[in-house]
Write a protein that binds this ligand. Structure first.
Ligand code: PLP
Length: 440
């Protein structure tokens, strides 16, 4: 039997009162009074949270949920992980904010992170995922002296005015997009919904053609920006060889390959970085979310020979927060110490296997890598069924399970449990989910 890796409440799920209970309702009402009506997540998770331990979340009415959301792949090592908490507490007693002036934690974190990447890199600290992506694009433009960035339909790289132009889905752009005249979007290989005969090579050939052709993109391209697995786009796993193919194209045209690991990184797919599944070396990597385990930090790692940026190239008051870096160093250590990557590979395969026993025509596709699993719901053949994901999220909540959605049509249930989830809770969660999916 494996030792417990987090402080989960092992009796979970425990539903004392069908959510939202009376205490939750009171707090929900107050939130509605004080905050913008534009909030998203409270529409799906109609509870008020008291606290969270490991892979479990406890609401103010005493219900205990198994968490397969992790704050969207942020708390990868479980809520309130004691190993990480200790590191943050130790840093709390030292310094919380230091601008770019070096601290021990800053250099220790940097050294450790760089040792995981598999190529010689330097770091530039940023604050959020979107900030990291913007900085990465700026670096690519600076290095090449060119402007156009290749991105992919269905991609998500952030919601700031700059990154939203790089983001695939139009719905994010209506009010915030200031420009995208220098963004060229290509199809992302989406095996379940691929309009091509050869979903891998035809897309790679198209990109190659665009780069080779002066009447298409010609030689103005500053880089290729790609998610190794699309996150918000629906946990879409491209065919093997996609990143390798992009690497070859980037080499052929001497442009940087920028890999956005904001959602896939820090062990989520069973490798520390998802690009490592393809044994490639990117030129630039965007890192955020789980590296801070809930404390907002992000960074860009770029090839060492790109290190010719001018002073003040990228700014931001809160870059490299010491508490976040303490959490990040502890997270990287924890993953190594407890061999989390092989655990995620082993249990990730088990999740897919268990879900594959579901027998319901609404379940169109089950896919994923490690603990990044998508279940695509359909109706009348392969038509996206977004009402279905809503139903599953609501029913799961009632039964004490937190799951969320993703996808171009909001029709993919995505599972992103803590990498530390006790197997007994994972099994229970899958039993509940299988039952819900079977009865759709
Ligand atoms: C792949 C990817 N890139 C960038 C971002 C943006 O990160 P943030 O929300 O921290 O700006 C996200 C957020 O979900 C993401 O999934």
């Amino acid at each position: 039997m494996e030792q417990n890796l987090d402080d989960s409440i092992l009796e979970a799920p425990v539903i004392n009162v069908i959510p939202p209970g009376p205490k939750s309702l009171k707090i929900i009402k107050e939130q509605e009074e004080y905050e913008t009506s534009a909030l998203n997540y409270p529409k799906y998770f109609k509870i008020a949270i008291d606290k969270a331990l490991g892979s479990t979340v406890i609401d103010v009415d005493g219900n205990v949920y198994i968490d397969m959301v992790t704050g969207i792949s942020v708390v990868n090592l479980g809520h309130n992980n004691p190993y990480i908490r200790r590191a943050v507490e130790e840093q709390l007693g030292k310094i919380w904010h230091s601008l770019e002036v070096p601290t021990e934690i800053r250099v220790n974190f940097s050294k450790k992170l760089l040792s995981t990447l598999g190529f010689k890199a330097k770091l530039l600290f940023t604050t959020t995922g979107a900030d990291a992506v913007e900085a990465a694009v700026k670096i690519a433009r600076w290095i090449t002296g060119k402007k156009t960035i290749i991105t992919f339909e269905g991609s998500y790289h952030g919601i700031t005015a700059g990154t939203v132009g790089l983001t695939g889905a139009n719905r994010y752009k209506n009010f915030t997009q200031f420009f995208d005249d220098r963004v060229a979007k290509f199809p992302y290989p989406y095996p379940y919904r691929c309009p091509f005969k050869d979903c891998l090579n035809e897309i790679l050939d198209l990109i190659d053609y665009a780069l080779s052709n002066p009447g298409y993109l010609g030689d103005d391209v500053a880089g290729i920006l790609v998610e190794p697995i699309q996150g918000e786009g629906g946990y879409v796993v491209p065919p093997k060889g996609f990143l390798k193919g992009l690497r070859e194209i980037a080499d052929k045209y001497s442009i940087p390959l920028i890999v956005d690991e904001v959602q896939t990184g820090v062990g989520r797919t069973g490798k520390m970085w998802a690009y490592q599944w393809e044994n490639i070396e990117p030129d630039i990597v965007c890192i955020s979310k789980a590296i801070g385990e809930g404390i907002p930090v992000s960074m860009v790692a770029y090839r060492q020979d790109y290190d010719k940026l001018p002073i003040g190239f990228h700014l931001g008051t809160y870059r490299g927060n010491p508490l976040g870096l303490a959490a990040g160093l502890a997270a990287l250590e924890f993953i190594e110490k407890y061999d989390i990557l092989s655990r995620v590979q082993r249990l990730g395969n088990k999740i897919i296997k268990e879900l594959s026993t579901v027998n319901n025509s609404h379940v169109g596709d089950i896919r994923g890598l490690g603990f990044m699993i998508g279940i695509e719901l359909v109706k009348d053949g392969k038509n996206p069924w977004s009402e279905g994901t809503k139903k599953v999220i609501e029913e799961a909540l009632k039964r004490g399970l937190l799951v969320y959605k993703a996808g171009r049509w909001d029709n993919v249930i995505r599972l992103m449990p803590p990498l530390t989830i006790p197997e007994i809770l994972l099994d229970r969660a899958l039993t509940i989910l299988n039952d819900i999916l079977n009865s759709l």
